[in-house]
Design a protein around this ligand. Structure first.
Ligand code: IPM
Ligand code: MG
Length: 369
């Protein structure tokens, strides 16, 4: 079988971390009966510089023609002009929308050897194993109007949070089905005490919960959820939230495992690829970190784990995905740390060295088979 993988390295540390993830992907399929065909395309800030748009038509066309997409990160201070009509982030948002990737999975699992990397007490974070499903193609990220304008009392700005019942239902349904394969708990997050869109969200979630009687269900308001997430994170299994609440809660959740540099994500839609699985966009949840770009300091593990999610969710290669995860865990167990994980002085490991360590472990695992 041959699968088409589109590679969007992006800006900042994107190219560095994706470079390591790609080498891991190539290695893990070495002995498998599949051929991965990689193609590169521009997105984000450097696409803006070179082609005058953050999402060139050719990139979008290649994305639509791929079985899966591996991305780094976009953005940077160079493109931060608030008056600009196009921004690196717009390219990413347009790509998610155009591909219909409504369910963004962000797993958060604590690693015993890294408990000290979290500012929270080890007894709170030990054993955390949850997944946030963030709705990704609706809500305040896409609602219209969204603009600055001249109002009666001077300049004003507006954003719109809009959800259709169907959009809410499909992402929650995905969440309930996922919960059935896990610890059978689902927490739906909203702000139903203030927002209309959240009241519809809560109504749909509660109605749907009757279809999934085997799943323990609860509604939580987003503000108290932010508190429960760091007070008693072990109590959660599947958390489903609208676009912006999910964006905020997952940055918070990264503190549970010690670093954003560890958290991968998968964005899935309804469309199925040539492998018979969902087409997906796989990216770390971290940003482009322009302050450390090009210095070989970034943590490639989130990108490497995103590649593992790609194998599992878009290509159905679960065994290979688990081998990558095992290799990452082994490297951490051996005490190797990038700077974000507290690696300091001569013991700190750079991006390239971390990638190499993961591949070395992977080779051993593959040979032991
Ligand atoms: C994320 C990021 C993006 C988002 C930015 C870069 C547009 O924060 O993927 O979490 O807000 O979705
Ligand atoms: Mg974010």
């Amino acid at each position: 079988m041959a699968y088409k993988i589109l590679v969007l390295r992006g800006d900042g540390i994107g190219p560095e971390v994706v470079g390591e993830a790609l080498q891991v992907l190539k290695l893990v399929v070495r002995d498998a009966p599949v051929d991965l065909e990689f193609k590169d395309a521009p997105i984000g800030g450097h696409a803006l510089d070179q082609f005058g748009t953050s999402l060139p038509e050719t990139t979008l066309a290649l994305a639509k023609d791929s079985d899966a997409i591996l991305m780094g990160a976009v953005g940077g201070p160079k493109w931060d002009n608030p008056q600009a009509s196009d921004r690196p982030e717009r390219g990413l948002l347009a790509l998610r929308k155009e591909l219909g990737l409504f369910a963004n999975l962000r797993p958060v699992k604590s690693v015993k050897e890294l408990l000290a990397a979290s500012p929270l007490k080890p007894e709170i974070v030990n054993g955390v194993d949850l997944v946030v499903i963030r709705e990704l193609t609706g809500g305040i990220y896409y609602g219209k109007p969204s603009e600055q304008r001249q109002g009666p009392g001077g300049r004003e700005a507006v954003d719109t949070c809009l959800y259709t019942e169907a959009e809410i239902e499909r992402v929650l349904r995905y969440g309930f089905e996922l919960a059935q394969t896990r610890r059978k708990r689902l927490t739906s997050v909203d702000k139903a005490n203030v927002m209309s869109s959240s009241r519809l969200w809560r109504e749909v979630a509660t109605r749907l919960s009757a279809e999934f009687k085997d799943v323990h269900f609860e509604n939580q308001l987003v503000d108290s959820m932010a508190m429960h997430l760091i007070r008693r994170p072990r109590d959660f299994d599947v958390i489903v939230a609208e676009n912006m609440f999910g964006d905020i809660l997952t940055d918070e959740a990264s503190v549970l495992v010690g670093s954003m540099g560890l958290l991968p994500s998968a964005s899935l839609g309804e469309e199925v690829n040539s492998a018979g699985f969902r087409i997906g966009l796989y990216e770390p949840i971290h940003g482009s970190a322009p302050d450390i770009a090009g210095r070989d300091e970034a943590n490639p593990l989130a990108a490497i784990l995103s590649a593992a999610m790609l194998l599992e969710h878009s290509l159905g290669m679960r065994a290979e995905a688990e081998q990558i995860q095992a290799a990452v865990e082994a490297v951490i167990r051996d005490g190797h740390r990038t700077r974000d994980l507290g690696g300091a002085g001569p013991r700190a490991v750079g991006c390239k060295a971390m990638g190499r360590l993961v591949r070395d472990h992977l080779e051993n695992l593959m040979q032991a088979e």
